[in-house]
Every structure is written in structure tokens, then in C-alpha cells.
Design a protein around this ligand. Structure first.
Ligand code: NAX
Length: 332
């Protein structure tokens, strides 16, 4: 039996946290051969709820679950961790300004970044789910100078899945017949779900869409806003934000990062830019990536048409503005 991997889940008593821990214990995070120890980090007011979740995890009698501990202290929670699922964040409350939101979250993610720097395992890697996810990942990385920047990523896999599902619905294809969808930029309304490299059953997606009477205007007016605003649609229809789909996406993100993307395919992850496609170095922006040997590498040399260039630049500008706002507050 391999040595168990310590997985720290922040916001573990929240909705996504509650959905993710059972599947992580069942092997959906690191595969069916890898035992896990779960460290649940919560705020003091949610500690009891996290302890209740720990009791339920015990009652799952998961063969792969080597233990569960609940923490309020970030240093203790990240001690020895190899994986961080950074879900807990300060939500936007009514009337809250963007600057206040950024500031509140910078407080959380700087503390967690420092805790990772102090005590996490050598192979530590994190996905930030809590919004604003890209900038929170940037902040955490900035406070963990001894950890390679590329180990702090943010979740855009849910947006990627939403794009796949919408394209499948429009073309009548199965999602596994689709390749080459990419999500660029920020996990926000400015994101760019890109179909220009996508194929459906081996044929260019835009050509297949044209065969169904859907032109580029459909991509611009219907597809992109549908994907980018799907979270709001879920809130409207379900009466609550995306939970199980977000948990699923975060599991897929880490699973593929550690175990690799399937041959010939790519996925989307927000990663520290290496300067590719003109995205300023270090900014945590979504790209199409291929994962091999535990590393996520941006897919190189994709041709970007003018429409794509404009959309990517717009979303990256928003990321730069968020970074500048946090910098101005002296929080980096
Ligand atoms: P909940 O409010 O249900 O849960 C958040 C939990 O985090 C709470 O239990 C809270 O006590 C805890 N928490 C807050 N600050 C903490 C801290 N400093 N340390 C430890 N725990 C802390 O929210 P939930 O629905 O689970 O959503 C969590 C986050 O995911 C939100 O920021 C949300 O905006 C974000 N999302 C991101 C998505 C993505 O694709 N990147 C999609 C889904 C989701 O909207």
C-alpha cells in the first residue's frame, strides 16, 4: 500500500467542500490506488460542521481514507500537505465593492500561501476554487516564495466542461467526440471559451456548427455568454450556486494534473503564465494545457485569429487590473 497523500481542503464545511471530500475519499482525486489523509480547514464558526463532516467520512468506511482531521489554523492544516483544494473564500456580500472583496480574500490567501511555504510537502500543488480564483492563486503563490509558482493554479475546468457540454448539445455529438475546446483568461464573465481549434468527430467544430445553421454570430451571441454566465443560470434555475459540478471539475483538474491528460487531448487550467500568447509572466490565466509527469504545460503555437486575440486580451486585462488593485493595497 502506498504512503497516504495528505490533502488539505479549505472551506471543507461549505457546499463544494462537503461535495468534494467524499469523492476524494472514494479515490476520484488521485485514483483508486492512492490512499489519502484529509485535513479539513475551516473558520471557527464552521468547525462543528466540519467535525460533523469528518464523522460522516468515517461512516463512509472508505478503504482509501487513512484519516481525517479538522483545523482552524492554516499552518497546522497545510503541514505535510501534497494537495491543496483551496475552496473557502470570502463571498461578495450585498453592497460590497470589488476592492473590499479582493482585500478580504487577499487576507485569506496570503495566510494560506505562507502556511504552504512553511510546512507543505515538497511536491505540494494547489487548485484555487474560491473566487476571485485566479487572483487568489496569484496571491497565495506570492506568499510562498519557496514553492514553484506553477504549483498554484485556479479552476477553469468547470468552464471547460460547460463549453464541452454546450457544444455537444448544439451539434448532437457526445462530449467524448469533442477535442480542442479551450478556455482562456479569467474565471469570470470576461473568460473566453474558444471553439476555433475544437473538433467534433474529427471535423472542425465551426464547420459542424455551420451545418446546423449556427454561424460565428451564434458563437459570439449565444455560446460564449451561455458558458460565461452559466453560474448565474444555475443560481436562477436551481436556487443556489453550482456545487456538485464545481466539485467534480476540481477533482478532474487535480486528477489530470497528477495522472496526466489522455493522449492527444488537452484541457483548460488557470496556470502561472510563462509568457505564452502574450499573457504577462506570472499572471494566473486560463490556457489550454497538456499534463504529463505531474506538470501542466501550455499547448504551444496555436494560431489565434483576431477575434480570439481581442477576447483573450480583454480577459487578461481584467486579471492585470485585479493584480494592480491588490498590489496597490500592499497585499502582495
Ligand atoms: P460556501 O459559502 O458554501 O462555503 C465556503 C466555506 O469556506 C464556508 O464553510 C466558510 O466557513 C469557509 N471559509 C471561508 N473563509 C475561510 C478560511 N479563511 N479558511 C477556511 N475556510 C474558510 O461556498 P461554496 O458554494 O462552497 O463555494 C466556495 C467558493 O467557490 C466560492 O468562493 C465560490 O465563488 C467559488 N466557486 C468557484 C467556481 C470556479 O469554477 N472556480 C465555481 C463554483 C463556485 O462558485
Amino acid at each position: 500500500r502506498p504512503r497516504p497523500v495528505t490533502v488539505t481542503v479549505t472551506g471543507a464545511a461549505g457546499q463544494i467542500g462537503y461535495a468534494i471530500v467524499f469523492r476524494a475519499a472514494a479515490g476520484d482525486l488521485l485514483g483508486p490506488g492512492m490512499p489519502v489523509r484529509l485535513h479539513l480547514l475551516e473558520l471557527p464558526q464552521a468547525r462543528r460542521a466540519a467535525e460533523g463532516t469528518a464523522l460522516e467520512l468515517q461512516d463512509g468506511a472508505f478503504p482509501l481514507l487513512d484519516g481525517v482531521e479538522v483545523f482552524e489554523d492554516a499552518d497546522a492544516a497545510f503541514d505535510g500537505a501534497s494537495v491543496g483544494l483551496l475552496i473557502g473564500a470570502r463571498p461578495r456580500s450585498r453592497g460590497m465593492e470589488r476592492a473590499e472583496l479582493l482585500e478580504a480574500n487577499a487576507g485569506i490567501f496570503s495566510v494560506q500561501g505562507r502556511a504552504v511555504n512553511r510546512g507543505a510537502a515538497e511536491d505540494f500543488r494547489a487548485v484555487v476554487v474560491g473566487n476571485p480564483a485566479n487572483t487568489n492563486a496569484y496571491i497565495a503563490a506570492s506568499h510562498a516564495p519557496d514553492v514553484p509558482r506553477e504549483r498554484f493554479t485556479a479552476l477553469t475546468r468547470l468552464d471547460h466542461h460547460r463549453a464541452l457540454a454546450q457544444l455537444a448539445a448544439a451539434t448532437g455529438a457526445r462530449v467524448d467526440e469533442i477535442e480542442g475546446v479551450a478556455v482562456w483568461g479569467n474565471h469570470s464573465a470576461s473568460q473566453y471559451p474558444d471553439l476555433t481549434h475544437a473538433t467534433v468527430g474529427g471535423r472542425p467544430a465551426l464547420e459542424v456548427l455551420a451545418g446546423t445553421g449556427r454561424d460565428l454570430a451564434w458563437v459570439d451571441d449565444t455560446f460564449i455568454p451561455r458558458v460565461a454566465r452559466r453560474g448565474a443560470e444555475i443560481i436562477d434555475v436551481r436556487g443556489g450556486s453550482s456545487v456538485a459540478s464545481a466539485a467534480h471539475a476540481a477533482l478532474c483538474h487535480v486528477h489530470d494534473w497528477v495522472l496526466g491528460t489522455a493522449a492527444g487531448t488537452w484541457t483548460s487550467m488557470a496556470v502561472a503564465s510563462d509568457g505564452s500568447y502574450g499573457v504577462p509572466e506570472g499572471l494566473v490565466s486560463s490556457f489550454p494545457v497538456v499534463c504529463r509527469d505531474g506538470r501542466a504545460v501550455v499547448v504551444p503555437d496555436l494560431e489565434l485569429d483576431e477575434f480570439s486575440r481581442t477576447r483573450i486580451d480583454r480577459s487578461v486585462r481584467e486579471l492585470e487590473e485585479e493584480r494592480a488593485a491588490v498590489q496597490q493595497m500592499g497585499l502582495l
